[in-house]
Structures are given as structure tokens and as C-alpha cells.
Design a protein around this ligand. Structure first.
Ligand SMILES: NC(=O)c1ccc[n+]([C@@H]2O[C@H](COP(=O)([O-])OP(=O)(O)OC[C@H]3O[C@@H](n4cnc5c(N)ncnc54)[C@H](OP(=O)(O)O)[C@@H]3O)[C@@H](O)[C@H]2O)c1
Length: 272
């Protein structure tokens, strides 16, 4: 077995601490830096980011690129970026790295800190195919040669998560107005999400050939349903931002002539 690379972690927030702990547990020599001085058992804390750049690999996990970018210098040898950002932010950092002779890996963590270091933590990465230490954090999956792709997958998947969580919380609030507790209602939601998930491959295919004929459920009936949902939430004294936004989006597709088409036709409005 070869000698392990030395690794620094910049950012000891919830996720950065989990990453640093996983490295320590795997026997790496770990250096950590955090804006607010913090210690981590088994790791060496340094006062400046520059000191952390002496390690073979620098892993960054800060709140945003805006916070991270001013810290980076060409002293870094290999940069494994796990700070969340947009595809364009990832590409710009990849360009900066190339110009500065820094080897760059862009990754996103599709997991919560408690899953880091287990196979449950999927780490999507793009650009450079060498994942360096990503396998310590979970299951690395290379998603393409463009450094921006990991961020694109990340935000697309999180977008589904946020929409689903928003829908769930709205439903819990709605049921709660009549005293129905989440534990009574949530098992039905889990089954419902499974059924909806099974419909997605066909919906995805329809968005590609763009033939929106349907004998299942027309957009017209879904726009009516969203109007009812919005009204019901208002009647029960709740915020209507989510159902109203969906109603308005779907209604725009209806106005564009998709009333008799499937829900998939809403993508025509989104794509504009
Ligand atoms: N938590 C998750 O479940 C999760 C999952 C996937 C991806 N991520 C991504 O991981 C990254 C970190 O998330 P987190 O949950 O660890 O966030 P967090 O707990 O809020 O930690 C944020 C980190 O950024 C640092 N920071 C904030 N502003 C700074 C500044 N102006 N200068 C220097 N450092 C600054 C903080 O330092 P201080 O301690 O000094 O404030 C801290 O180390 C984010 O990009 C997030 O999207 C998180």
C-alpha cells in the first residue's frame, strides 16, 4: 500500500466536519481550517488557509463560492471542490485552476453529513476523472467531462427535492387545519410518491418527442384542480404561494393551447 496523501479541509461547518472526520477515520493526515477557529479530533488546525495549502489535496466545503473564491491561490496542488454552486461557477473555477496550474475536481454531495463515509453518500463529480479522496466520503460517480455538470445534476435533483418537500409541508399544514397529524397521513404520501416516481420515465420520454396527446389526464383538468387546491388552502387560512405558483405556470401552458394535452406539455412554458 502506498503512502497516503496529506489532505486539508477548508470549512468545518456541518458538512466540512463530516468530511474531515471521514478522512481522519481512514487514517489520513488531516489539516483543517475554519474562519471561526475550530478544532477537530485527530486533525491539525491551522490559523490561515495558506497553511492548509501545503497538503497534497485541499478539499473545500464552504457555504458559497463567493466565500471560497477569495481564499484560493496557486499554492494549492489539487483542489477538490465540494462547495455547492451553479454550473457556471464550477466552470469558472475550473478555468481559474487551469490557468494557475492547480489540478481541479468538482464534486457535489448528494447526502446529509451523517451519511458521509458510508456507501449511502453518493458524490457526483465532473471534469477531471481522477476522484482523489472522494471515495473516502462515499460512492463517487463521474457524470461527464464538463466541470459544470456535477453542479447541474446537483441543482436539478435538489430542485425535485425542494418541490417535493414544499408540497409535503403544504399538505401537512392543510391536513393540520383539521387536526389530522402527519403520522396518520405520511404513510399515504410515501406510497403516492412511489406511484408518481413510476410515471416519470414515460413523462421524460414525452418531453423528448413532444407529442403531448393523452388519454390519461388533460392539462385542463389539472389547472382546475390547482385552482381548487389554491382555494382550499386560502379557505383554511394558509399561505397559497406554492399552489398559486403551480396554478399560474400550468395555466400559461393551457393558454398556449395545451389544455387537451398531458401535464408534460408544461415543459414548453418552462423551456421558453
Ligand atoms: N449540510 C448538508 O446536508 C449538505 C449536503 C450537501 C452539500 N452541502 C454543501 O456543503 C457546503 C457547506 O454546507 P454546511 O451544511 O457545512 O454549511 P454550514 O454548516 O453553514 O457551514 C458553512 C461553512 O462556511 C464557512 N463560511 C461561511 N461564511 C464564510 C466566510 N465569509 N468566510 C469564510 N468561511 C465562511 C463557515 O465558517 P464559520 O464556522 O466561521 O461560520 C462554515 O465553515 C455548502 O455549499 C452546502 O450546499 C451541504
Amino acid at each position: 500500500m502506498g503512502i497516503k496523501k496529506t489532505v486539508s479541509v477548508l470549512g468545518l461547518g456541518r458538512m466540512g466536519s463530516a468530511l474531515a472526520n471521514a478522512l481522519v477515520n481512514e487514517g489520513y493526515e488531516v489539516t483543517v481550517w475554519n474562519r471561526t477557529p475550530k478544532t477537530l479530533q485527530g486533525a491539525r488546525s491551522v490559523a490561515t488557509a495558506e497553511e492548509a495549502f501545503k497538503s497534497d489535496v485541499v478539499v473545500t466545503c464552504l457555504s458559497t463560492y463567493e466565500v471560497q473564491q477569495p481564499l484560493l491561490t496557486n499554492e494549492i496542488k489539487i483542489l477538490v471542490n465540494l462547495t455547492s454552486g451553479t454550473p457556471e461557477q464550477a466552470r469558472a473555477t475550473a478555468r481559474w485552476a487551469k490557468e494557475n496550474g492547480v489540478e481541479y475536481v468538482d464534486g457535489v454531495i448528494m447526502a446529509v453529513p451523517q451519511q458521509v463515509g458510508t456507501p449511502k453518500a453518493r458524490i457526483l463529480f465532473s471534469g477531471n476523472e481522477n476522484h482523489h479522496v472522494l471515495d473516502v466520503f462515499g460512492e463517487p460517480v463521474h457524470v461527464g467531462a464538463d466541470a459544470g455538470l456535477a453542479a447541474l445534476y446537483d441543482l436539478a435533483l435538489l430542485g425535485i427535492m425542494w418541490a417535493a418537500f414544499g408540497g409535503y409541508l403544504q399538505a401537512v399544514a392543510l391536513m393540520g387545519t383539521e387536526g389530522i397529524a402527519p403520522e396518520r397521513f405520511t404513510p399515504m404520501v410515501a406510497d403516492w410518491l412511489n406511484e408518481l416516481g413510476a410515471m416519470l420515465p414515460e413523462m421524460g420520454e414525452v418531453t423528448q418527442h413532444r407529442n403531448y396527446e393523452t388519454d390519461v389526464s388533460a392539462l385542463d383538468i389539472n389547472v382546475s384542480g390547482l385552482r381548487l387546491l389554491t382555494e382550499a388552502n386560502r379557505e383554511q387560512g394558509l399561505d397559497t404561494t406554492i399552489p398559486q405558483a403551480l396554478h399560474d405556470l400550468f395555466e400559461r401552458a393551457q393558454r398556449d393551447g395545451h389544455g387537451a394535452h398531458s401535464i408534460a406539455s408544461v415543459i414548453e412554458v418552462i423551456r421558453k
